[in-house]
Design a protein around this ligand. Structure first.
Ligand SMILES: N[C@@H](CCC(=O)N[C@@H](CS)C(=O)NCC(=O)O)C(=O)O
Length: 228
């Protein structure tokens, strides 16, 4: 029995890119789970795992925090249908994990922070204003987002170029079938999809078609999730 502590926004939106990595990973393994919607100010729910961030899973008696550690745990505990095949598979996924965290999440965040703030649960708004406000140097997230969008889209699309080149030649980042590197980037795209109306990709971008394929996986796990 696996329990997933999943970040929740207003209206039961589930935007966390890191929680999405875990959801795709669980589905890839054919595992079922129960989720516990967890707001930014409900850290007591994940204190048992000594975590202040989501995702956290409880797998039987084992608590695991951090999406990367969870992916490694799942491959060890459930070796069938590997998320990362062998040392080379793990090394490739580790690279994609860092690239998505820094270059892609980092490029998206300034362009959606206003939309994100509008959709967090009312009881979490002060927390987001304080934590993200001190990171950005302003609490006027609407103005910050507007300014960020002027140049941000070109920056994001350039940062995505390595994935675009791969997806011109192959169906998935991992080749003919999806694996953890695909779930990492798909998780990143689930984040804006769940809380911002901004479209980040042109329709003729090979990444757009790949994202459609990712949304359809596992009986439409991603597509069925609530959008902005
Ligand atoms: N490296 C972690 C990052 C987890 C993370 O930053 N999660 C965010 C949600 S998207 C969070 O829980 N933040 C808590 C907070 O800002 O208080 C992972 O891959 O799981």
């Amino acid at each position: 029995m696996i329990t997933l502590y999943d970040l929740v926004f207003e209206g039961d939106r589930r935007p966390s890119p890191f929680c999405w990595r875990t959801k795709f990973a669980l589905a890839h393994k054919g595992l079922t789970w129960t989720d516990v919607p967890t707001g930014f100010t409900e850290k007591e729910k994940i204190a048992f795992a000594d975590s202040k961030a989501l995702p956290v899973i409880k797998d039987g008696e084992t608590a695991v925090k951090d999406s990367w550690a969870i992916a490694l745990h799942l491959d060890k505990a459930y070796p069938e249908r590997p998320l990362m095949d062998g040392e080379a598979g793990r090394a490739f996924a580790r690279f994609i994990n860092g690239w998505a965290d820094i270059a892609i999440n980092g490029a998206i965040f300034p362009m959606v922070i206003g939309d994100l703030y509008d959709r967090v649960r009312p009881e979490d708004k002060d927390y987001i204003a304080e934590t993200r406000g001190s990171r950005l140097g302003t609490k006027d997230f609407t103005a910050f987002q507007r300014a960020a969008r002027e140049k941000g889209m070109a920056t994001l699309r350039m940062a995505l170029e390595p994935a675009r080149r791969a997806l011109r030649d192959q169906k998935f980042l991992s080749g003919a079938v999806p694996a953890y590197p695909d779930y990492i980037l798909a998780g990143t795209f689930m984040w804006p999809r769940s809380m911002s109306p901004l479209e980040l990709l042109a329709e003729d971008d090979p990444i757009y078609a790949w994202r459609e394929r990712m949304l359809d996986l596992f009986d439409g796990l991603g597509r069925k999730a609530k959008t902005a």
